[in-house]
Design a protein around this ligand. Structure first.
Ligand code: GLN
Length: 241
């Protein structure tokens, strides 16, 4: 069994440790004897919609998002939509999350069009949300940190990933954090998010492997260290939000 991971725009969209998510996905697959191949797609490259099982789309600054948005406004955007329609999975963090939505309206600038792959819309708020982010998902605790001016609002086709316990999450108003639509997950958790949230990593791995291999049951891993790190970070978030 093998897994193909495509890291989207790593030169522009990879801040606050987000590459650690690709490392975690690859490592948790290889620990289970699954072969992993990784490719990067940068602006100007040609995305092959048939190749990747799983896309990772990290966070970035408004300027980088503008460049990526223009690249997604061409053949790569159509190819990525086809990839999702054919069952590919994705994890998108912060700026990447915003760009998989309908649009991101930065402060004082024109709207940055998104792919429209998830039913969310983002507009810059007056307050930048920076700090620890602790939330509760149905599958488990979600811990990370957030740093974004964008406030994201979910439309009816997207469901919240988690409920905020500490921090601001999507918009600081409706207590939602992140979004899930089909096999696409968006979150504001940087960190990187996956090492300390193994349930999320394995959910994405199972979805991705199913694309070409059919339903899989992942062998359990000893997540003692990961969960200890999760609980320690959650305690810090609770005591020093
Ligand atoms: N530029 C976007 C914002 O400020 C995304 C930031 C990020 O990816 N951390 O909301």
């Amino acid at each position: 069994m093998d897994l193909r991971i495509c890291h989207l725009y790593p030169d522009l969209m990879c801040i606050y440790g987000d590459r650690g998510n690709v490392i975690t996905l690859a490592r948790r697959a290889r620990w289970r004897g699954i072969e992993v191949e990784e490719r990067a797609l940068n602006a100007g490259d040609a995305l092959d919609p048939a190749w990747a099982d799983l896309y990772f789309f990290g966070g970035g600054q408004d300027q980088g998002q503008d460049v990526v948005s223009r690249d997604l406004d061409g053949p790569n955007g159509d190819a990525l939509r086809r990839a999702f329609a054919s069952g590919a999975s994705a994890l998108a963090v912060c700026g990447g999350y915003q760009l998989l939505g309908h649009e991101y309206l930065p402060a004082g600038g024109p709207p940055i069009p998104g792919l429209g792959a998830i039913d969310v819309t983002t507009r810059a708020g007056k307050v930048r949300f920076v700090g620890n982010l602790l939330a509760q998902a149905a599958q488990g605790t979600l811990i990370g940190f957030e740093n974004h001016s964008g406030h994201t609002y979910l439309g009816p086709k997207a469901k919240p990933l988690a409920t905020v316990l500490v921090g601001r999450g999507n918009n600081g108003e409706d207590e939602t954090e992140g979004a899930v639509q089909g096999r696409i997950v968006g979150t504001y958790c940087h960190g990187s998010v996956l090492p300390k949230n193994p349930w999320l990593a394995d959910m994405l791995l199972a979805w991705a492997l199913e694309r070409r291999h059919g339903p899989v049951t992942l062998a359990p891993l000893d997540d003692g260290e990961e969960l200890a790190a999760q609980q320690a970070a959650a305690e810090v978030a609770r005591t020093r939000p």
